[in-house]
Design a protein around this ligand. Structure first.
Ligand code: NAD
Length: 360
């Protein structure tokens, strides 16, 4: 039986990927996660006693632990989701982003290098290291154009800069040491288990509570949106058939202004669970001070993954949003438990507070 090592598999995308991998393959999944504020074992409740899921509480920077896991389970692939992932938190406290995304990825690559050099024959040839990156490394677009895999990196937030640095280390470990790496640069994900500091779940929860729904600046910033399950299928495909050393852009072909994302969520909620007291939830939309350095537009050209690997997203933005909204409505227990921690849907990222001070 083959094992894969997933890092950050208790977070939003990682947990969706672990569930996907357990359901659709025979692989044993070793799931290494430090359980930061964003890591949540509730995301993995459906497989908590599954014989092919092994959860390990630990840090990607802990090379003794990582190397023990590599020797013990002999994974044929590593998928690296472990990261600090929220732009607003990176504005309040960039240091943690450098520690996790840059130094953490470097430490992980060092462990992988020692492991991979010790492999022989088929195991060495078949091994893959897949790194989950973001479209934010490319910076901001004007009114036209899309990011391709050869768009120069121009990160604008501390989060994007830390991801760009990690991508460069991944690339360098391939070019210098021959590690068989693959990188995916994906657009904004949404779906089940997303921590409610991000736009889609934050809007759903604020709208359901009848509270003001914050929209940064004029709401005209544009992002591309991808349902998380479609990201998981792209990762599987790239891992199995992607060309070593290459990066692949992944997106939903769903460009949307933030204000339209919020408006659509309000209208879907009004349709499936009307609030007679509030009426139209769009009334709750409140424009707030813009995010410092807010990128204007991201758009993804997915020609490479579509033409080389035959990938395409299954969900439209409307169908994916509906699934996501229904999931949040049906999983109030999950929401209650997430919000019983230190995060209470408050505004982050004005650069005048550190969201890491109290957490240590
Ligand atoms: P997330 O913040 O929900 O989850 C990150 C997970 O990593 C958490 O479970 C956390 O506990 C874990 N983690 C953090 N530091 C760790 C460490 N040092 N060692 C081990 N585990 C650690 O993030 P996400 O939204 O699931 O994103 C996953 C990856 O995909 C990130 O690399 C992110 O940059 C990238 N990405 C995210 C999006 C998106 O829209 N969410 C889009 C493109 C790319």
């Amino acid at each position: 039986m083959t094992a894969i090592l997933v890092t950050g598999g208790a977070g939003f995308i990682g947990a969706n990927f672990v569930l996907h991998a357990i359901e659709r393959s025979e692989n044993t999944v070793v799931n290494l996660d430090a359980l930061t504020y964003a890591g949540n074992l509730d995301n993995l409740r459906a497989i908590q006693s599954h014989p092919r899921h092994i959860f390990v509480h630990g840090n990607i920077s802990d090379s003794c632990l990582v190397e023990r896991l590599l020797i013990q389970y002999h994974p044929s692939a590593i998928i690296n989701f472990a990261a600090e992932s929220h732009v607003d938190r990176s504005i309040d406290g960039p240091g943690q982003f450098i520690k996790t995304n840059v130094v953490g990825t470097y430490e992980l690559l060092e462990s992988v290098r020692r492991y991979w050099l010790g492999l022989g024959g088929v195991a060495k040839k078949q091994f893959r290291f897949l790194h989950a990156s973001t479209d934010e490394v490319y910076g901001s677009l004007g009114e036209t154009g899309r990011f391709t895999e050869i768009t120069p990196y121009a990160p604008n937030s501390p989060y994007a800069a830390s991801k760009a640095a990690s991508d460069f280390f991944v690339r360098a470990y391939h070019r210098t040491y021959g590690i068989p790496v693959l990188t995916i640069n994906c657009s904004n994900n949404y779906g089940p288990f997303q921590f409610p500091e991000k736009l889609v779940p934050l809007t759903i929860l604020k709208a359901l509570r009848g509270e003001p729904i914050p929209v940064y600046g004029d709401g005209n910033n544009i992002r591309d949106w991808l349902f998380v399950e479609d990201h998981c299928s792209a990762i599987t495909l790239v891992m199995e058939r992607g060309r070593i050393g290459e990066s692949y852009n992944v997106g939903g072909d769903s460009e949307c202004k933030n204000i339209d994302v919020v408006g659509t969520i309000c209208r879907i909620l009004d349709e499936i669970t009307p609030d007679l007291k509030v009426g139209s939830r769009e009334k709750l939309i409140t424009f707030v001070t813009d995010r410092p350095g807010h990128d204007q537009r991201y758009a993804i050209d997915t020609t490479k993954i579509c033409s080389e690997l035959g990938w395409c997203p299954r969900e439209t933005f409307d169908s994916g949003l509906r699934k996501t909204i229904v999931w949040y409505l049906e999983n109030q227990w999950w929401v209650d438990r997430v919000l019983s921690g230190s995060y209470k849907l408050e505004r982050l990222g004005l650069g005048n507070n550190s969201c890491y001070d109290s957490a240590g």
